[in-house]
Design a protein around this ligand. Structure first.
Ligand code: ZN
Length: 398
């Protein structure tokens, strides 16, 4: 699609004053990656479709594929990259909970604004500023900051590789892959224990304990008695048979196939560009990216009034992660070993510093505030332009 048209479309549909195409160091890197990814895929697949890359920056932090009559354009949002980078910093640098909460409320304000809910936008902004400077950020630490940089780089490469894999592979390639994957997954999942409905009570109890631990960890006090795990989350995990789920949601095969292709491409990229960055770094970085993406999806369900329908999205992201873990263990365990332990500790660390906030703490505050607002008379009508500026300021580069 014509770049001017695309820019106009982005300016009209998103919160931004930089619809692009952006130039500069970062976009140059993305274009180089895009070319590299096409080259690597061309070595494996004959029916590769050409695609263009268009770099933008919007508060939405979302990449999308725009299909024209004879073109496919990947719109890559550099704010998504910066968001992943920031989330990675929260986990690796172990940021205080209040700062993470402030960021999560910024995301909720943005999502509410995008959904046209101005009152909730105000609420999100108010919470974000209340928590913003409650605690100091962690002091600089060169070693950890370097790790953070490497992780964030691998995650950004992975996310772009995933998009390119979707876009560049023709439907024939996807069908072959999905067929192959279905057999592999059936065999793999048959060996792992499937959560049965009869275990639902156990799962509920475990989730309640997790919530209690999460609340205690972050507030230093026992949770209020009625602090129950969000019903949505319970239903999402309850009695989930991954094989049946995958059969009923065929699009997920493509998601999982693109995740696995992107994982391989990311490993290759680093093996060539910096051999010191091996699978023991790249795989946990990618797992962290999948956790980040789940957290972002979940935040979207918190502000969405159609959240019940989005239960499916949640299940999809859970299955996607769990399948990725099973498959990569199978693919790389022989050369790596210890992957399982690494995945468990990466997952726990993510939960402690980011996931718990997003899944339990922030939605709890949000619901309480919504309820207490519901009974009250509204002040003046919100000023849309002011709210838009506030939301865009979270994304606007320096
Ligand atoms: Zn995808």
């Amino acid at each position: 699609m014509n770049e001017r048209l695309l820019a106009a479309r982005l300016a009209a549909t998103r919160v931004t004053d930089r619809p692009g195409p952006l130039t500069g160091d970062l976009p140059r890197i993305y274009h180089a990656w895009h070319q590299e990814l096409h080259g690597r895929l061309a070595q494996r697949f004959v029916d590769l479709q050409p695609s263009q890359l268009f770099v933008t920056c919007t508060a939405n932090a979302r990449s999308e594929l725009v299909i024209g009559p004879d073109s496919r354009t990947i719109v890559h949002d550099q704010h998504l990259g910066r968001t992943l980078n920031r989330m990675t910093s929260y986990v690796i640098r172990e940021w205080p909970a209040s700062r993470v909460q402030s960021w999560a409320f910024e995301r909720l304000a943005t999502l509410a604004f995008v959904g046209g809910d101005l009152t909730s936008t105000q609420l999100g902004l108010a919470f974000a500023s209340r928590f913003r400077s409650a605690d100091e950020p962690p002091p600089p630490d060169e070693t950890l900051d370097r790790v953070r940089g490497v992780f964030a780089g691998a995650q950004e490469f992975f996310v772009l590789a995933h998009e390119v894999a979707h876009t560049a592979l023709g439907s024939a390639a996807h069908e072959r892959l999905e067929g192959h994957l279905q057999d592999e997954l059936d065999a793999e999942l048959a060996r792992t224990e499937v959560v049965g409905t009869k275990n639902a009570d156990e799962i509920a109890a475990q989730l309640a304990r997790d919530v209690a631990t999460a609340v205690e960890r972050h507030t230093g006090q026992s949770p209020p008695i009625d602090f129950a795990p969000p019903a949505r989350l319970l239903r999402a995990e309850d009695g989930l048979d991954e094989r049946a789920w995958l059969r009923a949601h065929r699009f997920l095969y493509e998601e999982v196939a693109c995740d696995l292709i992107a994982t391989e491409l990311t490993l290759e990229h680093f093996a060539e560009s910096d051999p010191s960055i091996g699978p023991q770094t790249v795989l946990p970085a990618i797992l962290m990216a999948l956790h980040h993406l789940t957290s972002l999806e979940f935040l979207a369900t918190v502000v969405d009034p159609r959240a019940l329908e989005l239960e499916a999205t949640l299940q999809a992201t859970m299955v996607r992660k769990s399948v990725w873990r099973d498959m990569t263990r199978k693919m790389y365990e022989a050369e790596r070993g210890e992957l399982g332990r690494m995945y468990v500790s990466a997952t726990q660390h993510h939960a402690k510093y980011l996931g718990d906030q997003v899944l339990f703490i922030v939605p709890g505050h949000w619901r309480e505030a919504q309820e207490s607002l519901a009974g009250r008379a509204r002040d003046n009508a919100p000023d849309v332009a002011l709210l838009r500026d506030a939301v865009w300021s979270f994304a606007k580069p320096g």
